[in-house]
Design a protein around this ligand. Structure first.
Ligand code: ASP
Length: 306
């Protein structure tokens, strides 16, 4: 496997399966009273978050701590980034601590790839603009594999604001690589042109949703919308909101969070037993432990969890 994790494109199916198997061992560690293994003792991990985050930042921090690494977490607000320091200067400054890994979240597509060119550390993309969010895709695959046993042959629909979604771009590739068929669905203005080149089908209509085994709903990313992509959120909700009544029994519901309650999902769907949203968050720690371990330690996981 590559030294960095910037895009799902960099991972073959065997790489994904290896990370998921490792994540299973780390999920076991997370179930213990003392949730810590010495695998990365003495290594330094820098979390650099230039954009809002709750789940991703907290789970990367916990993952690093559970592997016994020293962790420095920097958010743009309150850091020298606020004072106008460039990304390159910040990365060079932090490189003085000789970090083993830099985890970066940025509003700019391509930022993680750039950082990888400026540092000796392993770089992990924790979301770069509309481009990719590979660890989200890995935790989604992990959550589904745990629930279904295998993703091969699964029919997955991704519904909502596909245009602004790095999660969609990473998920489509990861789900396809694991043997699923993927359909993206949303208002035509929120479906990127040529999205089918990623190997999925695209439709503006929810007709046919009942055939899906998994309905993966995306957040309406209003902070990334300069123009009006839909007439109003109320109309969007009428047409595309997934409520319990739109789900057939047995279908699984996923969402990367944060959820706009009452916009893309209704409260009854969020709280239904078909929803895996809590499971996804829980998977985040074990999967990010596995990614850090795989990139930085790379020796048999059993040694680490012994
Ligand atoms: N939390 C995910 C992300 O950072 C999804 C979202 O924000 O809607 O991309």
């Amino acid at each position: 496997m590559n030294r960095h994790l910037v895009s799902i494109e960099d991972l073959g199916r065997a790489d994904i399966e290896r990370i998921l198997d490792r994540a299973e061992s780390f999920a076991e560690v997370s179930g213990r009273e003392i949730k810590k293994v010495p695998a990365l003792r003495g290594r330094t991990i820098v979390n650099l978050f230039y954009e809002a985050s709750t789940r991703t930042s907290s789970s990367f921090e916990l993952a690093a701590k559970r592997l016994s690494a020293d962790v420095v977490s920097i958010r743009s607000a309150g850091s020298s980034v606020d004072k106008g320091e460039s990304l390159r200067d910040t990365v060079q400054t932090l490189s003085a601590y000789d970090p083993a890994a830099i985890v970066i979240r940025s509003p700019h597509a391509g930022a993680a790839r750039l950082v990888a060119g400026w540092t000796e550390a392993s770089v992990i993309n924790a979301g770069d603009g509309k481009h990719e969010h590979p660890t989200q895709a890995l935790l989604d695959v992990f959550t589904l594999r745990r629930r279904l046993g295998s993703i091969d042959g699964t029919n997955i629909w991704i519904v909502g604001d596909v245009l602004h979604s790095r999660v969609a771009r990473s998920d489509i590739q990861a789900f396809r690589r694991m043997g699923a068929t993927v359909t993206v669905c949303g208002p035509p203005t929120l479906l990127p042109r040529q999205i089918e080149t990623l190997g999925c089908a695209a439709t503006p209509s929810l007709d046919g949703l009942e055939a899906a085994d998994v309905v993966y709903v995306l957040r309406m990313q209003r902070e990334r919308m300069q123009d009006a992509y839909v007439p109003s959120l109320r109309e969007y909700a009428e047409r595309y909101q997934i409520g319990a009544s739109r789900l057939r029994p047995g279908q699984l519901l996923m969402h990367p969070g944060p959820v706009n309650r009452g916009v893309e999902l209704s409260a009854d769907a969020i709280d239904s037993p078909q929803a895996l949203i809590g499971e996804q968050v829980k998977s985040g720690v074990a999967v990010r432990m596995a990614v850090l371990y795989e990139l930085l330690a790379g020796s048999p996981v059993l040694q680490a969890v012994a």
